[in-house]
Design a protein around this ligand. Structure first.
Ligand SMILES: NC(=O)CC[C@H](N)C(=O)O
Length: 307
């Protein structure tokens, strides 16, 4: 195999002709301002080797990728009790769908659809106020990224709050079934802020590295979670990380991954590396079109698919 830098350069070349394809999310007005011709990729291996290309150092809105980190934190906080409030099955529905909630009595299918992420955020809020919880999530991301510069884009958070009618509906509906313990407004405040975390591909890959190494940050030696927990978070990324396009992502890429409507994808090659890609144009399911192509090319070139 070529060296990692050559592989990443080749992946960049493979997708170059596609950069700009897809549709930038516009239901959150602040996200629609982003240049669709951005593309970045960063790979960080468990032994600390890094390779990157394009806009790998430019921060972007990680959106639903934040759900991987809040799930890890919530599981550490409340343990297996979390599963009384949220399921572990793929939904086969779009990320912001409400239809299953009524049939399933307010228990969302999984922690990565919006409904499930709201329940996870509610668990993190227990006994705290939104500013403390937001600070805790931000602190976790800064520590995992090993970078105190990681921040929240307050403009995006405001934009989400102004237009988040579907998320407000989901939260109210779940609360009506008694499956949210905290006031809806507080859960939404934390959720909109976590979605507005901004990280570059380099920061995001670094932040996800503990998942590639069985829950231990391989560069600092710090234990973030038990191996079984890291394994389960990755299982959910594989089965639910891209909503109703999770099957397609497993088919084409074959790595646990999580997408966000900001155009980022975090993918984990177990015991090898964490990979972050970013390109704002999305496919119909809200996953970065060029980002997914880049991961397909990377896996083809490295043989890193878990299958
Ligand atoms: N898929 C996503 O990235 C969605 C996150 C976005 N903040 C929303 O709630 O709609």
């Amino acid at each position: 195999m070529q060296g990692l830098s050559e592989v990443v350069a080749a992946v960049h070349a493979d997708v170059a002709g596609h950069i700009g394809a897809g549709r930038v999310a516009d239901y959150i007005p602040a996200l629609s301002q982003v240049d669709p011709r951005r593309f970045g990729i960063a790979v960080i291996t468990c032994d600390g080797e890094r390779a990157f290309a394009g806009d790998a150092a430019v921060p972007f809105s990680i959106q639903s990728i934040s759900k991987v980190f809040t799930l890890t934190l919530a599981l550490e906080r409340v343990g297996a009790r979390l599963w009384q409030h949220v399921g572990r099955e793929p939904s086969g529905s779009p990320f912001n769908s409400i239809v299953q909630l009524e049939q399933e009595r307010g228990v969302p299918r999984n922690p990565f659809i919006n409904a499930g992420a709201l329940v996870v955020t509610d668990a993190l809020l227990a006994g705290r106020r939104p500013p403390e919880t937001i600070a805790e999530i931000l602190g976790f991301l800064r520590a995992r990224a090993d970078d105190a510069e990681v921040s929240i884009d307050r403009e995006v958070a405001r934009s989400e709050a102004q237009t988040g009618f579907r998320n407000a509906s989901l939260a109210n509906f779940i609360r009506a079934f008694g499956n949210l313990q905290n006031p809806v407004a507080e859960v939404l405040e934390v959720y909109f802020n976590q979605c507005s975390l901004q990280l570059s591909c380099l920061q995001l890959a670094r932040a996800g590295l503990f998942l590639a190494a069985d829950g231990v940050d391989p560069l600092s030696g710090e234990t973030i979670c038990r191996p079984a927990r890291a394994r389960r978070v990755k299982a959910l990324m594989m089965t639910c990380g891209h909503y109703d396009a999770s099957g397609e992502f497993a088919f084409k890429v074959g790595l646990p991954g999580k997408s966000g409507v900001g155009g980022g994808i975090l993918a984990i090659a177990p015991r090898r590396a964490a990979i972050a890609v970013w390109s704002p144009g999305l496919n119909a399911a809200g996953t970065s079109l060029v980002g997914a192509l880049a991961l397909e090319s990377l896996v083809e070139r490295t043989g890193w698919s878990v299958f």
